[in-house]
Ligand binder design. Sequence first.
Ligand code: COA
Length: 163
Amino acid sequence: MPAQRIAVYPGTFDPITNGHLDIILRGLQVFDHIVVAIAENVRKEPLFSTGERIQMIVEAVGGDERVEVDAFSGLLIDYVKQRGATVILRGLRALSDFEYEFQFALMNKRLAPGVETVFMMTGEEAFYVSSSLVKEVASFGGNVAGTVPEGVLRALAAKLKKE
Ligand code: COA
């Protein structure tokens, strides 16, 4: 039996958007197993706890057993090796993502030459979407339906009401 093709899809996912979901679903056409990996030590102050983010992603992927959701701290590349994966999956949106992603991929390649970074173009509906933009619009009462999964819409409403 050929070896399983495992990809790690890392990010902050605060919260997951339909753009992320699109990458996960399209990634499943290429990889056998995708580990959606929430980075815990990024220089961002998340609105949602790691547990809340995991729950929102699990709900959004609807129990597909080829998708696993996990969290990691420390270097991404160490986590990728630990999981036995050989691919890092990343979504590319506008041209502005390119420079950062190029740097990121080259550094990871230097740290682990056997691991490839694979980019997928984000779907056109999500070209302009980011988690921060969604949170900002929602915090001022704007309608973000269609940019995030239903469960995230509910979680955003509940969280922002509390704050
Ligand atoms: N659709 C919609 N939005 C998307 C998207 C898509 N397909 N892909 C990315 N985005 C958005 C995200 O929502 C995020 O928005 P935000 O900045 O408003 O939160 C933004 O684009 C960038 O997100 P993401 O791709 O998730 O990157 P990140 O900066 O949140 O995560 C890590 C980067 C966590 C993967 C990276 O910092 C990391 O690996 N850290 C671990 C430490 C490490 O190894 N560092 C050395 C790296 S060489």
